[in-house]
Design a protein around this ligand. Structure first.
Ligand SMILES: Cc1ncc(C[n+]2csc(CCOP(=O)(O)OP(=O)(O)O)c2C)c(N)n1
Length: 299
């Protein structure tokens, strides 16, 4: 593994417009009015601003309406198993740390079935960008509660409303040590694009929660309700202070508001750098001697 290889070396390589990053073979096929279109628009704009070479871009997803997104992007792509986009993306990244890896997926995919993986992407500081397309519902399977659904949301299997406290993906990611944490309303593609771009430039695990309305199965969280509850707060606190970021989020939640913008950013070694360092320490080549690693680990 070569520590010098970084995705950034493939930035500013092409002069593409956002539409050039759209896979023209596959027209996007979400419902009319779906917020996921806004996520796609933001991503395509971010890619154009970065000028990332599509040959060095990998778009990875799990299963869900949101997880269809890689189909629509001019890149290498992997539509994997429900909840398993994170581990697959980790493997892609560790095998080829020079590629830009973007995961997209839903709140169900990431925080229900995939929930066991999320802390580890954050704590290991995997150098990938994770875009959560958070519509507070399972869209593809036609409207069950997700971990981010509001308690009062009535769905087919919860006709009297839910019984569970929703989790907050932002607080979750701050807690587990993600080094770039941001949030926006998916319909604000300008802010979405800016946050995705900065997230892809960030070295380490970047997590961007994009609130995305589901007009087919979530009547509570509409485009209007998301848009009117969002406040851009990213200049109001020290961005490198994790406790301050948590306080901002908690305060906004108490007031029924949604804090958007860049909420937290810090620097620490990413996993691929630590692995490269280990290889160097025990032999200086990727064909390292496992015995040396074991000997080194002995007290
Ligand atoms: C192992 C497994 N369990 C369950 C499913 C059914 N399933 C497919 S998508 C999905 C949830 C999708 O919700 P979300 O991830 O929030 O994305 P959305 O469709 O709302 O964009 C479920 C439960 C599956 N495909 N595989």
């Amino acid at each position: 593994m070569n520590a010098i290889l970084q995705p950034h070396q493939h930035f500013n390589k092409v002069d593409f417009k956002p539409k050039d990053y759209k896979d023209e073979k596959t027209p996007s096929f979400w419902c009319a009015g779906c917020g996921h279109y806004g996520v796609l628009t933001g991503l395509l704009r971010a890619l154009a601003e970065l000028g990332v070479d599509p040959n060095h871009l990998v778009s990875v997803s799990g299963i869900g309406c949101s997880s269809r997104l890689p189909y629509f992007v001019n890149s290498y792509k992997m539509h994997t198993l429900h909840g398993r986009a994170g581990p697959v993306a980790t493997g892609v990244h560790l095998a080829r740390p020079d590629l830009a890896v973007v995961v997209t997926g839903g709140d169900g995919d990431g925080f229900s079935i995939g929930g066991g993986h999320m802390p580890h992407l954050a704590r290991k500081n995997i150098n990938i960008t994770y875009i959560l397309m958070d519509n507070h519902v399972y869209g593809l399977t036609k409207g069950q509660c997700s971990p981010t659904s509001r308690e009062e949301m009535k769905a087919a299997v919860t006709p009297y409303g839910g019984m569970e406290e929703p989790l907050d993906p932002i607080l979750y990611m701050l807690t587990y040590g993600a080094t770039y944490v941001a949030q926006a309303f998916a319909g604000n593609a300008k802010l979405g694009a800016q946050l995705i771009k900065e997230g892809m430039e960030h070295k380490g695990f970047s997590f961007i929660n994009l609130l995305s309305q589901c007009p087919s199965f979530n009547e509570l969280d509409t485009a209007l309700s998301f848009r009117s509850a969002c406040d851009q707060v990213d200049t109001a606190h020290d961005i490198s202070d994790r406790n301050a970021a948590m306080q901002v989020v908690n305060k906004a939640k108490q007031e029924g508001r949604i804090p958007t913008g860049l909420l937290y950013k810090s620097e620490r070694p990413a996993l691929h750098e630590r692995m490269a360092e280990l290889v160097k320490r025990v032999g200086g080549t990727k064909d390292y001697d496992l015995r040396k690693i074991i000997d080194l680990a002995r007290p």
